[in-house]
Design a protein around this ligand. Structure first.
Ligand code: ADP
Length: 161
């Protein structure tokens, strides 16, 4: 069975992420969405909330698991019996950082490949920050996130007002 790990902050998981997951499932048998704590990025939602929202957003896919992960990514990938790390590329600006990470992970474990999927043009502009920005001013979210994730975002921003 070919398993891929899709790591990220997912604060929250949006349609651009879902699109990457859907396309990964065309070449892999199972995808594990691995939600990282990533305090460096100061996420708005805590880890449990991000895991929860990612589960909601991927519940209709089948063949997708979501769980939190901490520590060294390649170690986690091995533990889960996977051999591929999935990453999405939106623009040239993503490339340098992603390239560095892929080389580092290859150095740490040569048996694991990083597979890059190009964002579809429909979602290439989409970021979690942008989704939060729109939510913060009460804008429409249906084009960006799963409806239940949109509800969570609205609740969060109502709570902030
Ligand atoms: P990280 O902090 O690891 O970058 P993100 O949640 O921001 O976590 O992104 C996780 C992965 O999804 C990254 O590989 C990122 O490039 C990719 N990604 C983010 N937004 C999109 C999008 N709109 N289309 C395709 N891939 C995306």
């Amino acid at each position: 069975m070919r398993i891929g790990v899709y790591p990220g902050t997912f604060d929250p998981l949006h349609h651009g992420h879902s699109d990457v997951i859907a396309r990964s499932l065309r070449v892999l048998d199972q995808i594990i969405v691995a939600v990282a704590p990533n305090p460096r990025k100061a996420p708005m939602f805590d880890l449990a909330e991000r895991v929860d929202m990612a589960k909601i957003a991927t519940k209709d896919f089948g063949r997708v698991e979501v769980e939190p992960f901490e520590g060294l990514l390649v170690q986690y990938v091995r533990q889960r019996g996977a051999h591929a790390i999935i990453r999405g590329l939106r623009a040239v600006s993503d490339f340098e950082h992603e390239f560095q990470m892929a080389l580092l992970n290859r150095k740490l474990d040569q048996g694991i490949e990083t597979v890059f999927l190009m964002a579809s043009e429909e979602y290439s502009y989409l970021t979690s920050s942008m989704v939060k920005e729109v939510a913060s001013v009460g804008g429409p979210l249906h084009d960006f996130v799963h409806p239940e994730v949109a509800d969570r975002l609205r609740q969060r921003f109502i709570g902030c007002r």
